[in-house]
Design a protein around this ligand. Structure first.
Ligand SMILES: NC(=O)c1ccc[n+]([C@@H]2O[C@H](COP(=O)([O-])OP(=O)(O)OC[C@H]3O[C@@H](n4cnc5c(N)ncnc54)[C@H](OP(=O)(O)O)[C@@H]3O)[C@@H](O)[C@H]2O)c1
Length: 282
């Protein structure tokens, strides 16, 4: 049996879509925080089990009989080291034989503050003795797409990534890679640095938006403090705004760049180009 945590999340749902192409539904266990949200999964014949990263007993039960586990990192930034440790402990207790974990691109040398919890989880995996692979995911293209409509409205796209090259790819590309790794053999001990084939700066993203929409949008680069303040002023929670500002500042230092093409090699096709993602949002 193959289990996926975060199965009702955006990445998790896409992973399951890909998995179903090669794995029978009755071999897939979706571990979810709220089973009520997982009706579409059970209707496809997938086993849905409740498991909360903060509740070790639920995790141990949910992992019974599971051989391989895709641990999709929690969205609860700040809580994740303890939450992921709970999953790893439960996997050990349940006799799970392989874990793939969605980490962060170049986690061991990333300038993004987000790397801290991911490195802690990578270390916990190493200490567990369970064979594992690291799926060090780069940025989702979608992270920027929500800013496109307001940018078109105001004629300005703000950021703090400077001239940093960002090798993003849509969630669907990372999901295809995760499904491949969890459904096939030979990945134990591997560290996959996963990123889009073609990197771009935020100025280049904005130029593409202008080109496709026919509307002039300019890129305005702010300091980390100013972008954090701007995000808070439009209602983002302080912690999230600070995290996004820190990530943009990390991108300016090259923290979201990679040119290894490992993602396209894993999925057997080029990653989805930015122009295609922008076309879809427009
Ligand atoms: N590479 C990037 O650009 C990027 C961007 C954002 C996030 N991430 C990371 O990648 C992960 C997957 O991305 P995503 O877009 O799929 O995020 P998402 O849609 O927010 O999904 C997060 C998943 O984590 C689950 N979760 C959160 N807290 C939990 C808990 N206490 N117990 C059990 N499950 C819990 C959520 O459950 P519910 O369905 O019940 O909410 C959800 O299924 C994120 O969680 C985050 O760690 C990466």
């Amino acid at each position: 049996m193959i289990a996926i945590t975060g199965a009702t999340g955006q990445l998790g749902q896409l992973v399951i879509e890909h998995l179903l192409k090669t794995v029978p539904a009755d071999q897939i266990v979706a571990i979810v925080r709220h089973p009520a949200k997982a009706e579409a999964l059970s209707q496809q014949g997938i086993t849905v089990r409740q498991g909360d990263y903060t509740d070790p007993a639920t995790l141990t039960t949910a992992l019974q009989g599971v051989e391989k586990l895709l641990l999709i990192s929690s969205s609860e930034v700040g809580q994740r080291e303890a939450q992921h440790q709970n999953v790893i402990n439960a996997a050990k207790a349940a006799g799970v034989k392989f874990i793939a974990y969605t980490s962060l691109l170049h986690a061991d040398r990333s300038p993004l503050g987000l790397h801290v919890e991911h490195v802690a989880t990578e270390n916990a995996l190493a200490a567990s003795g369970i064979p594992y692979a690291l799926l060090r995911n780069g940025w989702y293209t979608e992270n920027y797409l929500a800013s496109v409509p307001p940018a078109l409205e105001h004629g300005v796209f703000i950021g703090a990534a400077g001239e940093g090259k960002i090798a993003a790819a849509p969630r669907a590309d990372y999901a295809a890679a995760a499904a491949r790794v969890i459904a096939s053999e030979g990945h134990s001990g591997k560290v996959y640095e996963l990123a889009g084939d073609n990197a771009w700066t935020l100025s280049e993203l904005v130029a593409e938006v202008s080109r496709q929409s026919g509307k002039t949008v300019s890129y305005q680069n702010l300091s980390e403090a100013d972008i954090a303040a701007a995000l808070k002023s439009v209602g983002l929670p302080a912690g999230l705004a600070d995290m996004l500002a820190d990530s943009d500042a990390g991108a300016a230092k090259g923290g979201l760049f990679d040119d290894s093409h490992t993602l396209s090699q894993l999925i057997g096709r080029p990653t989805t180009p930015l122009s295609q993602s922008i076309k879809a949002i427009l």
